[in-house]
Design a binder for this molecule. Sequence first.
Ligand code: PSU
Ligand code: MN
Length: 298
Amino acid sequence: MSAPMMLSDEVSAAQRDGRPVVALESTIITHGMPWPDNLETARMVEDEVRAAGAVPATIAVMGGAVRIGLPPDDLERLARADTVAKLSRADLAAAVAGGWTGATTVAATMICAHLAGIDVFATGGIGGVHRGAEDSFDISADLHELARTPVTVVAAGAKAILDLPKTLEVLETLGVPVIGYRTDDFPAFWSRRSGLAVPLRMDTPGQIAAAHRMRAALGLGGGQLVANPIPETDEISESEIAPLIEQAIRDTAGVSAKDVTPALLARIYDLTEGRSLTANIALVRNNARLAAAIAAAL
Ligand code: PSU
Ligand code: MN
């Protein structure tokens, strides 16, 4: 049995002609941003990829198939829907087999991108080790996926709601290359710097593409995390956001499992009066541009 997969016309044409393709996730649309900013952002991010000379492939599960590239109507349907499953490796097959509508997280998007032969993927920030994970054991499946699926993921670091030192430790344990793009400091999503050293640094898309190919040549398997800091003009400083993150964690006590990240993002949106969303949009667009350049280099 082969995977039920449906490519958009735009993506099939690009693959036929050997043009660069960038995968985009859909959980950020359904669980990461409010309507209608979510749809507007999804469109802007796709346009950012196109403007940079690549073709966007937004990934989701709809109608019993893995969808690679969503035509405008389906994108809008997904963005408007209010009962969409948040899919990771554990529930991807159940969702496709069961005909659910589901949004793919970083982990599930990597799996689907790889199935479709797409090497590069842009998102906002990956999931990681939550604060208090020593009690809750809440560690995102995104980290394990980076260790096993050969896709290069461009993100503005890991979301600052997480325990960033522990997230970097787990990435190191799992053998995931964490590459600072033109930075020596691991970016903290809304802020450019976390104060933590990033293990590797590269300054050109060509270097990142070469490292991606070399992992395959060496038989290493797994992906790479490219940590691309939010543009300076859009960042929220660490000193401003840190107390709001702590407040949001207190306010969402009792939320667990898959609901943790969406609840924290929504609370921080309120506490920053929407500025966290403006920053999130800017950083995703910035990641889309870099991902397109890496895909072109590959
Ligand atoms: N990047 C964003 N916003 C998001 C996400 C990424 O800017 O909402 C999503 C991704 O889909 C990521 C998920 O995989 O958050 C992490 O969820 P969890 O912590 O439950 O693994
Ligand atoms: Mn979790």
